[in-house]
Design a protein around this ligand. Structure first.
Ligand SMILES: Cc1ncc(COP(=O)(O)O)c(C=O)c1O
Length: 449
């Protein structure tokens, strides 16, 4: 361990005394101390606790030790309006006296559906569920049933939630399988190709067209590295799937209402057959959406001959998520094109400033992203080009990733994947603070003796 990092670890420990106590308890209650695997934020690497959060507002998270973080993780990317946006809080407050859960059809679910259908090029009908994990599972089931075919091709590094259907080729924990307890990828009928590998994708589609139900992909690779599509990549896959009668599923659980009000499909002008959404559309309350072409969704109409069962979920269409979702979409819509172009401008500016820092210090880091999605990848050696998750995995320097995370937390900036996402609440001051922290952190990583 290098000297500066040792000091930084002690600084962190001193700043997080209460969190450290809670962490001890959490590790007795939850495997690895968490209910979502990534929430230790690499602090286990140092035998430290992640910050326990007690409050959030705008771009800030406050932890139990009263550290106030400028947050670029913003609730897994979901809080595009910032934390605790007044319009969302008001919508939830207005709803609560009328009940927090009906377990019955309700009008506000129609109102949220109206907004999603109107905004999203591919969505003619939809079903609500409670998580993205459910949504992608249902999307796959619809595709398999519609096509009568079994296989599904996905992008290597693409995370579609933890369901048994698509939890393949994410990080490949061991021997081509992500988790004990699920079938191997061949039995599961899952094929893979690298993001931005147009030829590889076309080959998979052509070679398997008789068995291939669908290609499922995020239009922008999200957890796999915030990697945008090369020119023509999305179009080529759309063309090839259409030509071969294979359905195209866009998982827009991150990109939905993030890149534009028409989501990534509107932003890039490529329309899939089925779309999944989550995160932003729930306004911070649990949600999942599977939507798409009417003839595909109508398979779920069991009353009229449909045979695809995709509708369960005690909490599906619950009025709190519906109200929070409506408030979010209405606020985004009121912001108009400007809201999204401002986010794009801020994202571009930030990416180029971070690239300057990386260049000036000659560091083995690589900046990716598009619009308000931004990542910094730490590598063992400098890389000139990163276009897919496989490349990230090969060159990733886990030690630097953990060090960077701790250095940023010590400077009261919360990041994930190097940075994360912007919200409409991020200010020039927030950006300045992040850049200062990145500058200091990267220098330490570059020079630590
Ligand atoms: C692209 C994508 N799909 C699916 C999921 C799973 O969604 P949830 O966490 O709501 O189950 C996520 C979550 O991060 C995601 O990023």
């Amino acid at each position: 361990m290098k000297v500066t990092m040792k000091k930084e670890i002690e600084r962190y420990r001193a700043k997080h005394k209460k969190s450290m106590i809670l962490w001890k308890k959490a590790r007795q209650q939850f495997p690895a101390g968490v209910s979502h695997n990534i929430r230790d934020f690499h602090m286990s690497h140092f035998d430290l606790s992640p910050p326990f959060i007690k409050k959030s507002y705008d771009t800030k998270l406050v932890d139990v030790d009263d550290n106030i973080y400028t947050d670029f993780w913003i609730a897994h990317g979901g809080a595009i309006l910032g934390h605790a946006h007044p319009a969302i809080i008001k919508a939830i407050e207005n709803q609560l006296p009328n009940g927090n859960q009906y377990g019955m059809v309700n009008e506000i679910a129609l109102e949220l559906a109206d907004r999603i259908i109107e905004a999203t090029p591919s969505v003619q009908e939809l079903r609500f569920c409670s998580t993205g994990t459910e949504a992608t599972m249902y999307a796959s089931r619809l595709a398999r049933a519609y096509s009568g075919k079994k296989k599904i091709a996905k992008v290597i590094g693409g995370w579609h939630g933890g369901n048994d259907t698509l939890f393949y080729f994410v990080q490949e924990v061991k021997h081509g399988i992500e988790s004990k307890g699920i079938r191997n990828q061949t039995q599961a009928g899952i094929l893979s190709f690298d993001y931005n590998d147009t030829q590889g994708a076309i080959q998979i589609i052509r070679e398997n067209k008789e068995d291939l139900a669908a290609v499922v992909m995020e239009p922008v690779l999200g957890a796999g590295g915030a990697i945008p599509p090369n020119e023509g990549f999305l179009e080529a896959i759309r063309e090839e799937t259409e030509k071969n009668d294979i359905l195209l599923i866009y998982d827009e659980i991150i990109t939905g209402f993030r890149l534009s009000y028409k989501s990534a499909q509107g932003y890039f002008g490529v329309t899939p057959d089925i779309t999944t959404m989550g995160k932003i559309v729930g306004g911070g309350a649990p949600i999942g959406i599977v939507g798409g072409r009417e003839d595909i969704l109508e398979q779920a109409n069991l009353q009229e001959g449909g045979e695809v069962w995709i509708g369960g979920g005690t909490f599906s269409g619950n009025p709190v998520s519906m109200a929070a979702g409506i408030a979010t979409l209405d606020t985004l819509k009121q912001g108009g094109e400007k809201l999204y172009s401002d986010l794009d401008t801020m994202g571009n500016k930030l990416r180029s400033k971070i690239r300057e820092i990386v260049e000036q210090n000659n560091l083995p880091a690589f900046v990716t992203g598009v619009g308000s999605m931004i990542s910094i990848h730490w590598f063992k050696e400098k890389q000139e080009k990163i276009e897919n998750s496989t490349a990230i995995k090969v060159f990733l320097d886990k030690e630097k990733v953990a060090n960077y995370q701790l250095l940023m937390l010590n400077r009261d900036v919360l990041t994930r994947g190097g940075l994360g996402y912007l919200s409409v609440k991020h200010t020039e001051l927030d950006i300045k603070k992040a850049l200062k922290a990145i500058n200091e952190a990267t220098k330490i990583i570059g020079n630590d003796k």
